[in-house]
Ligand binder design. Structure first.
Ligand code: 5RP
Length: 248
């Protein structure tokens, strides 16, 4: 009985993840087909959903002769661009981008985002803010009415390593909740970002004004950036469970 229960759980999990992968792919393909045009300079986000967008861009380069230049938002994004044989550049060459595409951990009704599940929030925000248009691709699990409803791992905050302990105390004392140092997958030590910093995951209790909270946290010495992307996204493509794509 235990064995068949285990099999059932495994099957449900893999069905769930196959459905999520399909949803990510559909959102990514539609966003690329609607927004990516010839001769654009593109900002490329990080995570698992962006992989589908980069694959679609590479397909169009090969099949249709599309010409684009790609600026990465992380080491992962850089590798992805190179693996798909797309032209790689940077913000020194292109300080203004035509379009940035990225995933998100959660998206609220006003298209405010939580990002940084993969620890790349600072460069992702720089790239997004250099773009004339910033569009987001996500699956149905990321839709929420208010931030924090779905993403339970807390708001990622990138901090200078020397400041992490004072900041965990200050954030909890000033804003409530708990700020925890994110550990590397190996658990051997803290996760180190592409910028050589640490991440605090802030599990907040109650927030009504995200913009004010974001600005107040950013003012704390040692904070580099928060994973709150407020008023940045222009459009979000959600791959839904029923096979459709919802565009907001
Ligand atoms: C990384 C990010 C990612 O975009 C976010 O975590 C979404 O990832 P995925 O597409 O794998 O769900 O912010 O820092």
């Amino acid at each position: 009985v235990r064995h068949s229960l285990l099999l059932l759980v495994q099957r449900r999990l893999s069905q769930g993840s196959a459905m999520e992968t399909e949803a990510k792919k559909r959102a990514a393909y539609m966003a690329v087909d609607k927004y990516v045009q010839n001769n654009q300079v593109l900002g490329i986000g990080s995570g698992s959903t962006i992989v589908h967008a980069v694959k679609r861009i590479a397909e169009r380069v090969q099949k249709d002769g599309l010409k684009v230049v790609c600026v990465p938002s992380s080491f992962q994004a850089r590798q992805l661009i190179l693996q798909n044989k797309l032209p790689l550049s940077d913000l020194d060459q292109y300080p203004e981008l035509d379009l940035a595409i990225d995933g998100a951990d959660e998206v609220d009704n006003d298209l405010n985002l939580i990002k940084g599940g993969g620890g790349c929030l600072t460069q992702e925000k720089i790239v997004a803010s250099c773009a004339k248009k910033f569009i987001v691709i996500a699956d149905y699990r990321k839709i929420s009415k208010c931030l924090g409803e779905k993403w339970k791992r807390g708001i990622p905050i990138e901090v200078i390593p020397k400041a992490y302990l004072p900041l965990t105390r200050t954030i909890a004392a000033r804003f409530g909740g708990v700020a925890e140092l994110r550990m590397a997958v190996s658990k051997a030590g803290p996760l180190v970002t592409d910028n050589g910093n640490f991440i605090l995951d802030w599990k907040f209790e109650k927030v009504s004004d995200w913009k004010t909270v974001h600005c107040s946290i950013k003012m704390l010495p040692g904070v580099v950036e928060t994973g709150l992307f407020i008023d940045l996204a222009e459009k979000v493509f959600f791959g839904m469970e029923d096979g459709t794509v919802e565009v907001r």
